[in-house]
Design a binder for this molecule. Structure first.
Ligand code: LLP
Length: 422
C-alpha cells in the first residue's frame, strides 16, 4: 500500500497535489512518500515475531540521505556495498554497529574504512577476499566480524539479470566448498566468524526459492556448529518482490515470508538479519514527467515525455513494467487508447511502456511513472548531457527537495579541458 492517491481529481503525494510540486521544482523529478517508507519498514519489521532481528535496509535501492535517514529513524540498519554507501549510511545517522557490508569486490581501502568505524559484519564472498580482509584487519590490530555468503544454487525465478543464487552467478561461495572455506577462515588471523549469509536475487515473487535456499543454509548452520564454529547470525539477504501493477503478479506478503522463515529456522537460535531494498522503497516513489509532444505514427501513437532512460533505466535494462498514471484523474467514461510512452533520448530502447492504455493526453500534461522508488534515481546517469533530476520527499503536507537539480554549469565544471588543448 502506498500514499499516492487521487484527491479532488489530482494525483497527490500524501497531502500534496503533485502538480503543485511540479510547479515548484520543474519536471522531471522523483517524488517519495515518507509515510509509505515508514509503513513498509514497519510492516516488514513487525512480521517477525522473534525479537532481535536486524533489518539492514539495502542502501543500493535508494541511497538518498533523507530516505536512509527516514528508515534509520524507523529502526533500520543498513546493507552497503561500497565506501560511498558506507559514508551515506553513517551520514544519514545509521550506527556503524548496525551496518553490514556486502559485495564481491570490496577493496582493501574499503575494508580498512569499515573496520575503522566498527561495522557489524562483512559478508565475505571468496577466498581471496578472506585473505585480504585478514591481512587488513591484522595490520590494524582488529578482529573483523565475518559471515560467508553462500551460493545455494537455487533458481530464484526472476529476471536473468537480477538472479544471484545459481552456481553460474559470480556471487557467494560455492555450496560444495562452504565447510572447507569456513575451516580456512577459522585459521586466518584477524577474522571472527559470526554467521552465514545468503541472497538469491531480487524481485522474487514466490516463496519457494527462498524456502529452498533458507533450508539449505539452516542445515549448514548446524553442520558448521558441529565443525566447531560459533555461528550466531543468519543473514537471509533481501529480494522479496513488490507488486508493480494492479493486475500483475502479487508477491507474498511479508507476513507469509516471515512465517515461512520462522518455520524453517525454528530452534536454530540465531540472530536473523535481512537486507530488504525494493520492498521498502519501490512503491514509495514515483517519477513525475511532462508530456512534450504527442506524435501519431502510421500505426502507433507516441507520448514523448521529458523523462528518459537516463532517469529510469529499468524498462530498457530488465523489460520492467511500470504503471503510468496521468496526474489529472481521467473521467470515469474517458476513452483510452494505446500509446508507446517514450523519452527524448536517441535510442529505440528509450521507452517506458508499449501499448499502454491512456486517456487522451496533450502536450504539457503531467504523468507519473509508478513504483520507481527503488533502483530509479540510483541508476540514473547524464546520458545525452541531461542533468540528474531532483528528488523530492513529502511528509503529510510538507515537502522538501532532497536532491537538487544541478545546473549545466555544475555539470560542465567537473570536466577540465586538457592543457594541450588550451
Ligand atoms: N542484498 C544483496 C546482497 C543484494 O545484492 C541486493 C540487491 C539486496 C540485498 C536488495 O535486494 P532487494 O530487496 O532490493 O530485491 N537494479 C535491479 C535490482 C538489482 C538488485 C541487486 N541486489 C532492478 O532495478 O530490478
Amino acid at each position: 500500500m502506498h500514499h499516492f492517491e487521487y484527491n479532488n481529481g489530482i494525483l497527490c503525494a500524501e497531502d500534496i497535489p503533485i502538480d503543485d510540486i511540479a510547479r515548484d521544482v520543474g519536471t522531471p523529478f522523483y517524488c517519495y512518500s515518507s509515510a509509505t517508507l515508514e509503513r513498509h519498514f514497519r510492516v516488514f519489521a513487525q512480521a517477525f515475531k522473534r525479537p532481535g532481528a536486524l533489518i539492514a535496509y539495502s542502501v543500493k535501492a535508494n541511497s538518498n540521505l533523507s530516505v536512509v535517514r527516514t528508515l534509520a529513524k524507523a529502526g533500520a540498519g543498513a546493507d552497503v556495498v561500497s565506501r560511498g554507501e558506507l559514508r551515506r549510511a553513517l551520514t544519514a545517522g545509521v550506527a556503524a554497529n548496525r551496518i553490514v557490508f556486502s559485495g564481491v569486490g570490496k577493496t582493501r581501502e574499503e575494508m580498512a574504512e569499515a573496520l575503522e568505524v566498527g561495522i557489524y559484519q562483512f559478508n565475505v564472498e571468496s577466498e581471496p577476499e578472506l585473505e585480504a580482509l585478514s591481512q587488513v584487519s591484522q595490520a590494524m590490530n582488529k578482529m573483523a566480524p565475518i559471515t560467508l555468503r553462500i551460493n545455494p544454487d537455487v533458481d530464484a525465478g526472476t529476471h536473468e539479470k537480477i538472479t544471484t543464487g545459481r552456481a553460474e552467478n559470480k556471487f557467494g561461495i560455492a555450496w560444495g566448498k562452504a565447510r572447507e572455506i569456513y575451516r580456512d577462515a577459522a585459521s586466518l588471523p584477524g577474522l571472527k566468524i559470526v554467521g552465514v549469509d545468503v541472497h538469491i536475487g531480487s524481485q522474487i515473487t514466490a516463496l519457494d526459492p527462498f524456502e529452498q535456499a533458507f533450508k539449505k543454509v539452516s542445515g549448514l548452520v548446524k553442520d558448521l556448529r558441529a565443525d566447531g564454529h560459533d555461528i550466531q547470525r543468519l543473514d537471509l539477504g533481501g529480494g522479496l518482490g513488490i507488486p508493480y501493477a494492479s493486475k500483475g503478479k502479487i508477491p507474498p506478503h511479508p507476513d507469509q515470508y516471515a512465517s515461512m522463515i520462522e518455520r524453517v529456522t525454528d530452534g536454530l537460535d540465531v540472530q536473523l538479519i535481512f537486507e530488504p531494498g525494493r520492498l521498502i522503497v519501490g512503491n514509495a516513489g514515483l517519477l513525475v514527467s511532462r508530456v512534450i509532444y504527442i506524435k501519431h505514427g502510421e500505426n502507433r501513437h507516441f507520448v514523448i515525455l521529458d523523462a528518459a532512460m537516463n532517469d529510469l533505466i529499468r524498462p530498457a535494462l530488465y523489460d520492467a513494467h511500470h504503471d503510468i498514471l496521468p496526474i489529472v484523474e481521467p473521467a470515469q467514461n474517458a476513452v483510452q487508447m494505446p500509446f508507446d510512452v517514450v523519452g527524448p533520448v536517441c535510442e529505440t530502447g528509450d521507452r517506458f511502456a508499449q501499448n499502454c492504455n491512456l486517456p487522451p493526453l496533450r502536450s504539457g500534461d503531467l504523468v507519473a511513472i509508478m513504483s520507481t522508488g527503488a533502483y530509479g534515481a540510483v541508476q540514473s546517469c547524464e546520458y545525452n548531457t541531461r542533468p540528474l533530476i531532483p528528488e523530492v520527499m513529502v511528509r503529510g503536507g510538507q515537502m522538501a527537495v532532497i536532491r537538487r537539480r544541478p545546473s549545466y554549469e555544475d555539470m560542465l565544471a567537473s570536466e577540465p579541458i586538457a592543457d594541450w588543448l588550451n
